[in-house]
Ligand binder design. Sequence first.
Ligand code: HEM
Ligand code: HEM
Length: 218
Amino acid sequence: MHIVRVWDLPTRVFHWTLALAVPAMVVSGEIGGAWMEWHFRLGYAVLTLLLFRLGWGFVGGHWSRFGSFVRRPTDVWAYLRQAPASAPGHNPLGGYSVLAMLTMLACQAGSGLMSDDEILSAGPLVHKASEALVRTMTYLHTGPVKYLLVFLLLLHLLAIAWYRFGKRQNLLGPMLLGDKVLEQSTIASRDDAGTRSLALLLTLACAGAVAALLAWAR
Ligand code: HEM
Ligand code: HEM
């Protein structure tokens, strides 16, 4: 048996921050009113996180890189027919579910920037966009994109539970502590002071990009 670091600390911090922020976004959006102030604040944090994850998909630890978990569709088919006991990183099917969640989160956060409830709350880019675009974005943010996102998140939780109780694979432990116990030795994700500093710099750059967008919109 080999203990391998699969999820570096930045990926885990990204995940658990997102897992707290996104349900809070759904609740604050649905309640509305004074909670919209927090909806906006958290929205900028989620945008920062998503930009970070995009960059980390190229410069992060091995198993966090898109190149390591976005496989060919034929690999997904092979995985479904003969699922191995445990895969390092996301399995071929899980890779696509991660991609789908990140894409829908980006669509939800992106459309929020141009959403307007026409009473109290308007996203920061509303006055930069045409009326028709604002109407479309508000429709997507409060309708199809929102529902698809919530559906994917519920599926995500069900899948984790199914792997745990149906297939006896513990995916939660590695997302908490970073390591997986694997039958074969394999490449590990780098997770040292150097990569963690890089992640911090990347996060600051992403927060700066969001702040620059807001300053431009003002
Ligand atoms: C509802 C908010 C949540 C969101 C938006 C979310 C999103 C994500 C994303 C984007 C990933 C991919 C991680 C990456 O490569 O960067 C992921 C993986 C994962 N999430 Fe969540 N998650 C949420 C809640 C949870 C909860 C509550 C749990 C625990 C029960 C959980 C357990 C996991 C696990 C174990 C993985 C790794 C799956 C694998 O090994 O392939 N997530 N999640
Ligand atoms: C992943 C991130 C986000 C999630 C999950 C989310 C979720 C929601 C939800 C559930 C609602 C209530 C929809 C309804 O009444 O049917 C809402 C409304 C709204 N959100 Fe977001 N949101 C996100 C990001 C953002 C961002 C980044 C902004 C702007 C900076 C934003 C601006 C708004 C506005 C203006 C409304 C009111 C729209 C209306 O009621 O017509 N959201 N959001």
